[in-house]
Design a protein around this ligand. Structure first.
Ligand SMILES: [Zn+2]
Length: 571
């Protein structure tokens, strides 16, 4: 436009050629980045030499000579990347921010992503040690045990084992998947749950043994939360501090925008709205948030918040439901039985009957909300696709609704094709391949089903978008990790093996899965996810260019800086 105006002025004789594009710029950029590769993630995956920012927005991307000529003024701050790489800030479309803050900053963190696995004994020792410093009146709450990554395989805590840690202090230990918890009898007692208490609905189960006694294993969010709500609540200040720490941790991984995928789940909708409003608008919160309300909390006539309410720091874009459990937890709903234990006929559980979930999502869809449904197993994916097809029937532009399926783990080819046709965006917990690939392949579902998990290349073949996420606290936040995982598909446990080589994607496609596609998945691609003129200047500075790095080394690239709206963030 400016060039056009200048040309018009020249032809009108109001400006000489020497005064025009070769003279001092008519507009001054606040900042110009140069001196390293600038990975734009535009439609052609182009790289640029310089990027200019004005008032928090990108105003020029291109050749250094052109950008500086047009935008460099005396007041412009020049930033020499010194060979480092500039990219769009990463976008994380599925994180439980508050759950991560609570479980990793306030609870005992038992997560173990090393190959030195825990045993029931080492876990009990860690719990006993934590008991010594536990303030009086508190529950011993922990997160991150994982029977599928415990020695021996599938060794599981229960009420009797936890009673040996304490019969006086209530204990609740959450499974790494977030879909299972283990509690002692004191916890049941304080929550008023007995052998006769009915299951709480929404797929929740209090597991019982053959004699009808509670085992201490508790399944799905509704059942777990019926215990968690009896814990003494943390203060607002404690919560805000934990949230800020978590946001800084997320930012340190290069993320500038993150989903809160289940707003309201932990503390109720009103409490969490207050908390998120306060923290995301504070001066020292280095990520934008795109929030998904936790569906079961919304009544039919819910109207306190409308789709896309909010602002650039905190926007409400969707509603999330959970329709099954975890594959590594052997609770996701499959079409064919699990391979473990051998000869098992168990196919997992759907949290809702087809009609039951349809009745919940229909009024929300009709209000214009984007839906995000958690479906790990192929039986749940089938149910979700059927219900989405019913919702979209007669819609001339189904893709405009950008319906989401979270995880899309165990799947078949037909489901990929159907999803792609409806414009459904699958979000893959690509860390499944890394941390659980070996047990999926060798124990839980067998090679045929395991090789197809997180079917990135299959979606690409259908011309459809896909995005990667951590599902933190389920797996570690780290978009650079996801790029290695999506392109290499190597599992962690030695001897390492490629899980489903056909589903590997190019580095550029994996980069899109953590930037522009993730932004698209959250209706934010108009402003975020690539470095193009007119978009917000949300940036990440990396020690190396992932496009020029060996696949397995991409995860080791260092995140140096993140910027939001052209302002450097501190973390
Ligand atoms: Zn999740």
């Amino acid at each position: 436009m400016k060039r056009f105006i200048q040309a018009a002025l020249i032809s009108a004789g109001m400006m000489t050629v020497s005064q025009s594009i070769f003279a001092a710029p008519t507009q001054a950029a606040d900042t110009i980045f140069y001196g390293g590769p600038i990975v734009t993630v535009n439609a052609k995956n182009e790289e640029a030499q310089a990027l200019a920012v004005q008032n928090g927005k990108i105003v020029a991307v291109g050749k250094k000579s052109a950008v500086t000529k047009e935008w460099q003024a005396e007041s412009t701050k020049l930033i020499d990347l010194k060979g480092q790489t500039l990219m769009p800030g990463f976008v994380e479309p599925h994180i439980h921010i508050l759950m991560t803050a609570i479980t990793e900053e306030m609870w005992l963190n038992l997560s173990n992503f090393t190959t030195q696995y825990d045993t029931l004994d080492s876990l009990s020792q860690k719990l006993k040690a934590a008991l010594k410093t536990l303030p009086k009146g508190q529950w011993l709450a922990a997160f991150g045990v994982d029977p599928s990554r415990t020695t021996p395989f599938m060794a599981e805590l229960n009420a009797d084992i936890l009673d040996k840690v304490s019969t006086e202090v209530p204990i609740l230990v959450m499974n790494q998947s977030g879909h299972i918890a283990y509690v002692n009898h004191k916890a049941f007692e304080l929550a008023g749950i007995t052998d006769k208490t009915p299951n709480p609905g929404d797929g929740g189960i209090y597991m019982k043994d053959a004699q009808g006694h509670l085992t201490g294993v508790v399944i799905e969010p509704s059942a777990i939360l019926s215990l968690v709500k009896h814990m003494p609540p943390p203060s607002d200040a404690e919560l805000a501090a934990a949230m800020q720490k978590t946001a800084k941790y997320i930012a340190s991984k290069g993320v500038t925008t993150s989903a809160e995928i289940t707003l309201g789940l932990m503390l109720g909708l009103d409490n969490e709205l207050k908390l998120f409003n306060a923290v995301t608008h504070s001066n020292d919160f280095p990520i934008r948030v795109r929030a998904y309300l936790y569906g079961p909390l919304l009544g039919k006539n819910f109207n306190t918040i409308k789709p896309f309410d909010g602002d650039d720091r905190l926007r409400f874009v969707g509603v999330k439901f959970v329709s099954d459990g975890s594959t590594q937890g052997i609770t996701a709903a499959l079409n064919e039985p699990y391979d473990y234990p051998k000869g098992s006929k168990f196919r997992g559980n759907l949290d809702y009957q087809d009609e039951q979930i349809y009745e919940q999502i229909k009024p929300i869809y009709d209000q214009g909300w984007q839906l995000a449904i958690h479906a790990n197993g192929d039986r749940t994916i089938e149910q979700t696709l059927n219900n989405y097809a019913k919702l979209l029937a007669g819609n001339p532009d189904p893709k405009s609704r950008r319906l989401r399926i979270e995880h899309f783990t165990i799947n078949n080819e037909d489901q990929v094709k159907r999803a792609a046709k409806m414009g459904i965006i699958p979000g893959f917990t690509i860390g499944h391949v890394d941390y659980w690939g070996e047990v999926f392949h060798n124990q839980i579902v067998g090679p045929k089903r395991a090789n197809r998990i997180d079917p990135s290349a299959s979606f690409k073949k259908e011309g459809a978008r896909f995005a990667y996420h951590s599902d933190s606290p389920v797996s570690n936040v780290g978009p650079l990790n996801y790029i290695s995982e999506g392109t290499g598909r190597l599992w962690q446990k030695p001897p390492r093996q490629v899980l489903g080589p056909n589903e590997r994607v190019s580095i550029d496609d994996a980069i899109r899965a953590v930037t522009i596609n993730a932004a698209y998945e959250m209706f934010s691609d108009d402003k975020l996810g690539s470095l193009e003129v007119g978009k917000q200047a949300d940036l990440v500075v990396l020690s190396a260019n992932p496009r020029k790095t060996a696949v397995e080394q991409i995860r080791n690239i260092q995140v140096k800086e993140t910027w939001i709206d052209g302002k450097k963030q501190s973390w």
